[in-house]
Each structure stands twice: as C-alpha cells, then as structure tokens.
Design a protein around this ligand. Structure first.
Ligand SMILES: Cc1cc2nc3c(=O)[nH]c(=O)nc-3n(C[C@H](O)[C@H](O)[C@H](O)COP(=O)(O)OP(=O)(O)OC[C@H]3O[C@@H](n4cnc5c(N)ncnc54)[C@H](O)[C@@H]3O)c2cc1C
Length: 399
C-alpha cells in the first residue's frame, strides 16, 4: 500500500471510533486524510456501554436508555441512589458502530480498511522511509500482509502485546457475563437500574449483579466480578440463572442476547505515546482500575486529543495531576482487595452509605474536588486505608 495519511486510527472499537466521530464532526479535519484499520467489520452487538454523565455528549443520539435512579444492594447497606445531576445511560455496541460508520460513509477523506495490524513502526524505520509525501511522516504501521502505511500520527487502541505483569502492580480483572432477558410478564421498572447488587456469594472476591431494565419486560442482567482470576464459563451462567430465579423471582423468560467481557483493572503504567504513536482506549490505560469503566474516560481523552490537534499542540502529554490522583486512589483500593484487608462489597457499601451518590460518582470518574475525596476517604476505615495509601504513595512517587 505504502500510502500516507495525516492520521491512522489503528483499531476501530470504542476509542478509535470515538476519536473518528469527533474528527468527522469537526470541519478542521475535513481536509485531513484519515485511515481507519480494524481486523473486524464491527457489525456485531458485542458489548453494551453504561456510564453516567451530567451533560450530553456526541453519542447522545444513540443513547438506548436513561435511568435517573439506581439501586444499591449489599448485606451491609442498601439504598436507592439519587444520582442527580447525573443520569445513568446505556449505549448498545451495534448502535455505536453503525452510527459512526454511517457518519463517515459519505466523507471522502476517511478510508476504512479491514486488516490486521501487525506492529507499529519504530523511529529508525520511519527515518529510513523515503516517500514523496507532502505529509510529515512520523508514525506508521505494518499490516499482517506485510504492507506498511505512514502518517503524521497513529492512534492505536490495539493491545499488540499482552500486559507485562510486574509483581509491583496489582492485576485485577473485571470479568462478567450478561444476559438480556425478556420476561413473559411485566416485572421490571425501566426507570430504575440496579447499579450494584452485592447480595450474591462473595466467595471468589468482589462480586455483584447489574440489572439494567429497558422496559417492563426486558433487562440486561450481568454477573460481574473484580478478582485476579477468571471463573469457568458455566459458573457465570449458573450465577445469573440463580439470581433471576431467587432474587428477581422471574420463572418464565427467554434469553434474547448474551455478552461477556474481561477488562483489566490494574495499576500497570500503560504508556500513552511513543513518538507520534498515541495509545488510546484500554491500550492507553483508560479503563478505571477500581471499576473497569472506560467509556467516559475514552470520551474525555479523545476530546482532549482533538482539541490538541486543532491547536497544533503536542500530543506527547503526560498524566495530569487529577489523573495521577485518580490512579493513586485506584491503587489503594486494589491494594486493600489484593491483601484482603476488607471485602469489596463492604468498601462500596461504606462509601455509598456515607456520601451523596453524586459525589461518589464524581469520585469514581476522577472529577471530584480534594474536599470531596477526603470526605469519601473518611467513610472507609482509616486503620485499613491509611497504611495502604501510604504504601501506594511511596510506590507511585518512585515511578
Ligand atoms: C462486553 C463489554 C462490556 C463493557 N461495558 C462497559 C460499560 O458498560 N461501561 C464502560 O465504561 N466500559 C465498559 N467496557 C469497557 C470498555 O469501555 C470497552 O472495553 C471498550 O470497548 C474499550 O475500548 P477500546 O477502543 O480500548 O477497545 P475495543 O473497543 O475493544 O477496540 C479495539 C479494536 O481493535 C481491533 N483490533 C484488535 N486487534 C487488532 C489488530 N491486530 N489489527 C486490527 N484491529 C485490531 C478490534 O477489532 C477492536 O475493534 C466493556 C467492555 C466489554 C468487553
């Protein structure tokens, strides 16, 4: 191929398509040549994103459902979370992919290539490359068929190598299986979702259910764990089936859709860039290590990238104070869970019991003030969290 572009988006999942959508919606990018490469054609409903936000963003037109209230259940404390001014929103993968693909279909400056990316090209290879291009060539990729493509920037959301596990880091996984079920008779309140239901066995570690009703008869029910190891496939299915029977008390239903996933929840220090190769999405460390949520942080980061490109600013930015603060808090929680100093269900119960729900949501999104952070931290036992925080601060300062 040996062509060159202004930007290559390597991996067109949540992060790649979010960046693409922001570029496609801004006239600044209409003169830029953009190549999108993904091994998949993104035509399956392979995931459902939920997230909370105060104001709507670019994907508002495809929001599938919105909840104003959330239930929190545990054996220690249960409540209805009044999340205002936030709303909890759901976007289906299939709608997201179709929306972005439809938006770019008529844009001549954007090219989509279905191909597998083998590697990002190194600086010396790029220097050695002679092209007749008018573009500044500072980044590039090699595809599995051996062809190379060059650009000024490559934005990659592809984890080309497995995460190198350092013993200094915590390596939890958020793993889950979800069933979208259709009940024979109305049994859900589509105005309220179950954010976390910890009233399930905690034998494997932090474990809870989500129930996301989209009508009186349909809901996505997800069995979710924050642990260091996966379970056998049948364990997830068994847990959902049992929860639907004993907690939701639904006997007659059909499973209309299934999804499963594994998201890293780790203190691993993901590189954000190498020269003009910019890592985004999970590959750029955008999954929150204490919750596995990534959709909102991906939106924030892709908006920052677009702004920087328009202003001609360097993308080689390091983490902000707020991000570093968030990483430290995440590390403290993972420390407490890893060393089994306090069970996760009790940590979340204490936090939700002692604080306004909106403050907790802003804390989980790294958007809270230091004052709110301190208030939230004072709602969990100091004798457990303070030593963990001191230890993690030392580890973080050394980085
Ligand atoms: C089932 C599921 C549900 C989730 N639900 C939520 C949620 O509710 N809320 C939330 O905040 N987060 C959620 N997440 C976490 C996170 O938001 C998603 O994982 C999100 O898709 C991450 O975006 P990404 O762009 O980093 O990765 P992906 O969306 O996985 O995109 C990576 C892309 O790279 C492509 N690719 C991979 N390797 C290659 C290669 N070698 N060559 C070419 N292309 C390649 C893939 O086909 C894919 O399109 C969920 C994750 C999963 C798996």
């Amino acid at each position: 191929m040996n062509k060159d572009y202004d930007y290559i988006i390597a991996g067109a999942g949540c992060a790649g398509m979010s960046l693409l959508m922001r570029m496609a919606s801004d006239s600044f990018f209409s003169s830029k040549k953009i190549l999108v490469v993904d091994a998949d054609d993104k035509s399956l409903n392979d995931r459902t994103w939920c997230f909370w936000e105060k104001e709507s963003d670019i994907f508002e037109p495809i929001v599938h459902h919105v909840w104003e209230e959330l239930d929190f259940f545990s054996t220690h404390f249960s409540t209805v979370l009044d999340i205002a001014p936030y709303q909890y929103k759901m976007i289906r993968g299939i709608d997201f992919y179709a929306y972005v693909k439809n938006t770019i279909a008529s844009l001549p400056n954007i090219e989509w290539k279905k191909a597998s990316v083998k590697r990002l090209l190194g600086a010396t290879e790029l220097l050695a490359t002679q092209t007749t291009s008018t573009h500044q060539i500072t980044a590039g990729i090699e595809l599995n068929d051996g062809t190379t493509v060059f650009a000024s920037y490559v934005f990659s959301s592809i984890l080309l190598e497995p995460i190198q596990k350092s013993p200094k880091d915590f390596h939890f996984l958020q793993h889950f299986t979800g069933w979208e079920i259709e009940a024979a008779i109305p049994c859900f309140n589509p105005g309220r979702a179950v954010f976390m239901d910890f009233r399930v066995s905690q034998e494997h570690g932090t474990t809870f259910m989500y129930v996301l009703p989209t009508s009186a008869t349909t809901a996505l029910v997800e069995y979710t764990l924050f642990t260091e190891n996966l379970l056998p496939d049948e364990a997830y299915e068994k847990a959902i089936r049992e929860y639907i029977r004993s907690e939701l008390k639904i006997q007659d239903y059909t499973i209309v859709h299934r999804e499963k996933g594994v998201i890293p929840m780790t203190t691993h220090n993901f590189p954000r860039y190498q020269d003009n190769h910019i890592y985004i999405g999970i590959a750029g460390g955008e999954a929150k290590a204490s919750s596995g949520y990534a959709f909102k942080s991906i939106q924030k980061r892709t908006a920052v990238i677009v702004k920087a490109l328009k202003q001609g600013k360097s993308l080689a930015s390091n983490k902000s104070f707020t991000e570093k603060k968030g990483h430290l808090y995440d590390a403290v929680l993972l420390h407490v869970l890893h060393f089994q100093k306090m069970p996760g269900d009790q940590v979340f119960a204490d936090i939700f019991k002692g604080n306004k729900s909106a403050d907790v949501l802003s804390f989980l999104d790294n958007e809270s003030s230091l004052f709110t952070d301190l208030k939230i931290m004072s709602s969990v036992p100091t004798r457990i969290f303070l030593p963990a925080a001191l230890q993690e601060m030392i580890t973080h300062v050394k980085r």
